[in-house]
Design a protein around this ligand. Structure first.
Ligand code: 1PR
Length: 463
């Protein structure tokens, strides 16, 4: 039997395995949840982990069990995040793992194969003690998905969020098919795939804005789930889906809560969902009243699925000011002055794909959604999107220093050096890019090789 170790606090448990479950301690600057690829250190010979020591596997959790003399004989591997914690246990033919083998690429697949067929374990065993490592920085491939004017679902790419060609026809840019590209990026070594479903209408799923009037919600829903299922059956790294996650009522008067929408995505294979506009409204309300109602989509989904499953996507625009006193929002001294020599900027949040600005800054939003239950932040920047000039380091510093949850830097990657720059100068946990991967200008492998050469830990590409 193989089990995933799931922890429930304040519950005595069966008492089979001695140990106490505790939350990771974020008081010393550790980002919690522990999300991403971390290396295992195997501590005993087990067939299913025979060549896994020192390799990265995918974790996503906030609680862990510490090794002790009392549970030592159970432990088959440990991992380090702040402290050493137990990442797997083995006794006889019972195995349990803290990480997700089904999301751990080739390494995870080999663990599952060996569990199902122990004779497939390598005959000449490698050293059981691997080299432990830090949590790897993640490289994420982003698919911005929407329907083009013919109603086909395509991967598109914006230029400061404008996804239409500059030609007279102004068609939606078409850079490929979502499922094909997701599969390709998995093979190329992406640590996660993020699918952003751009939509004009609250009820459109997978960005199907044109056909939405012809199909009822159920058809759309089934179509979206089919695509998601197909992708999750072929992509063995985490998959996040964002866009359109909010309450809505369809044309037939049927009400769907955001929790129902999210639940369907999770059941169809998404590991995390991402909320954009609705999180902005929730944060504004929370900052205005100081009350957590528990009713916002962010709070509800986080309560049911855990905060590690909820990403908040922020779409800010840079606004230059002369002095921090000019605005009520948190500013940062910018590395390059604004057009009129301004030395400061704040980052104004937007909703509806950047079309509407809101009276809240990225700093304030990030802090508020962390309190409301977000487990991770995807930090876009409309000014940098599709420009290829690098990430907005000022913005990423501002936000990644404001919260204790992981921050994904997004928008502007144009060269491998932009990835090392963002990891060297900010506390980002991951960097996301779209255009350079879609246009095949920079392979994911080159990004990872460059990061390794610069002493930045990454997961080795399996592909
Ligand atoms: O508000 O909950 O329905 O969510 C809508 C989601 O759709 C938000 O997460 C928002 O970021 C996204 N979105 C809406 N319109 C657009 C658009 O581009 N017109 N895409 C959009 C945002 C930006 C990134 C992009 C990076 C990297 N996409 O996803 O991929 O900037 O690009 P680059 O590497 O080429 O620079 P809701």
């Amino acid at each position: 039997m193989i089990l995933r170790i799931t922890f429930i606090c304040a519950v005595k448990g069966l008492g089979l395995i001695p140990g106490v479950v505790g939350r990771f301690d974020s008081s010393n600057g550790l980002r919690v949840p522990h999300i991403g690829w971390n290396a295992l250190q195997t501590t005993k010979d087990t067939e299913i982990l025979d060549d896994v020591g020192g390799r990265h596997v995918y974790f996503v959790h906030s609680y862990r069990v510490m090794p002790s003399d009392a549970n030592n004989e159970w432990i088959s591997s440990i991992c380090n995040y702040g402290d050493s914690f137990i990442s797997s246990i083995t006794r006889g033919n019972v195995h349990a793992v803290q990480f997700h083998p089904e999301k751990s690429g080739d390494v995870g697949i080999s663990i599952l194969k060996k569990f199902l067929d122990p004779s497939s374990s390598s005959k000449t065993k490698k050293s059981a003690i691997g080299k432990a490592s830090r949590l790897a920085k993640r490289v994420i491939a982003c698919l911005d998905v929407r329907a083009n004017d013919k109603g086909d679902l395509v991967v598109t790419k914006g230029d400061q969020y404008d996804v239409r060609e500059q030609s007279n026809e102004k068609e939606v840019r078409n850079l490929g098919k979502p499922v094909d590209l997701a599969g390709q990026y998995y093979k190329d070594g992406a640590d996660e795939v993020y699918a952003c479903l751009q939509n004009k209408h609250a009820f459109a799923l997978f960005g199907i804005t044109v056909v939405v009037f012809m199909l009822n919600y159920l058809c759309l829903h089934m179509y979206a789930k089919k695509i998601l299922r197909y992708t999750s059956e072929n992509v063995f790294v985490p998959l996040t889906v964002g866009g359109g996650i909010r309450d809505f009522t369809d044309g037939n008067g049927r009400y769907y809560s955001s929790l129902e929408v999210a639940s369907e995505y999770f059941r169809s294979g998404a590991d995390k969902i991402s909320i954009g506009s609705d999180a902005v409204y929730a944060a504004e309300e929370y900052l205005r009243t100081g009350v957590k109602t528990g009713k916002t989509s962010l709070e509800q989904i986080s309560r049911v699925y855990g905060n590690q499953a909820v990403v908040v996507s922020i779409d800010p625009r840079r606004v230059y000011v002369r002095s921090p006193d000019d605005v009520e929002f948190k500013t940062i001294k910018v590395s390059s002055p604004g057009p009129s020599g301004e030395e400061y900027a704040w980052y104004q949040c937007t909703v509806n794909g950047g079309r509407e600005v809101r009276p809240i800054g990225a700093f304030e939003l990030a802090k508020a959604v962390e309190e409301l239950g977000a487990g991770e932040i995807l930090l876009n920047c409309i000014d940098c999107d599709g420009q290829g000039d690098g990430f907005d380091i000022d913005l990423i510093k501002l936000v990644s220093n404001a919260v204790m949850i992981p921050v994904i830097a997004s928008s502007g990657a144009g060269a491998v050096e932009h990835f090392s720059e963002v990891f060297e100068k900010t506390n980002a946990s991951a960097a996301l890019a779209a255009g350079i991967f879609h246009r095949k200008e920079v392979p994911i492998l080159s990004v990872k090789q460059h990061l390794l050469q610069n002493g930045i830990e990454v997961r080795a590409c399996d592909g």
